[in-house]
Design a binder for this molecule. Sequence first.
Ligand code: FES
Ligand code: FES
Length: 219
Amino acid sequence: MSLLHTASTSEITLRVNGEEHHLTVDNRSTLLDTLREQLRLTGAKKGCDHGQCGACTVLVDGERVNSCLTLTVTAEGRDVVSIEGVAGLAGGAAAGTETAETAAGTADGLHPVQRAFLTHDGLQCGYCTPGQICSAIGALGEAARGWPSRVTQDLVAGVTGTTGLTPDEVRERMSGNLCRCGAHPGIVAAVLEAAGADPGEHGPAAPAGSAVPSGRSPR
Ligand code: FES
Ligand code: FES
């Protein structure tokens, strides 16, 4: 048996936002770099490049991952969704939390989580926003499946869907995503609203004309 590897690249088919791409990638390439540099999908952001800030979060088979820590070759054959594709997710906010609105998508073409970020002013500069939104969609999916978090009272029972999520649950589940602007109160309120829970007093309403968190800027 030999441990000698001679090929440094791989030919892969990557499915991103429902579209297949045939790529030659360096075996060491991260999914984040492939998305940004080869596919020109610059929504996922490079913050720390060390798995510490969450700015690069995308969904792989419906679960959130730090794309800066994910080798591109490991994503072959899986469904990758970046911020550019979240509006097209079937079923809306997260599997198991469909409402009439989420099943049909919102009238403005945004994912309900994107809409909630606008409503609750969950962004300032927007750099962390694509990762926050992908992470929120993933977190709501986890809650819909009953997965507990570190602050869940009964770890065995887990949680019963998303509508009972508390601010503490949302803060804990979103704790891997940092916002250098300090928009966390609005982010928590947005996730609570998207969960179908009470957003309470968390976060002010967005002023009219706020920018849409599409993930297209800043680069
Ligand atoms: S850029 Fe991936 S976690 Fe910070
Ligand atoms: S809105 Fe600026 S980093 Fe979060």
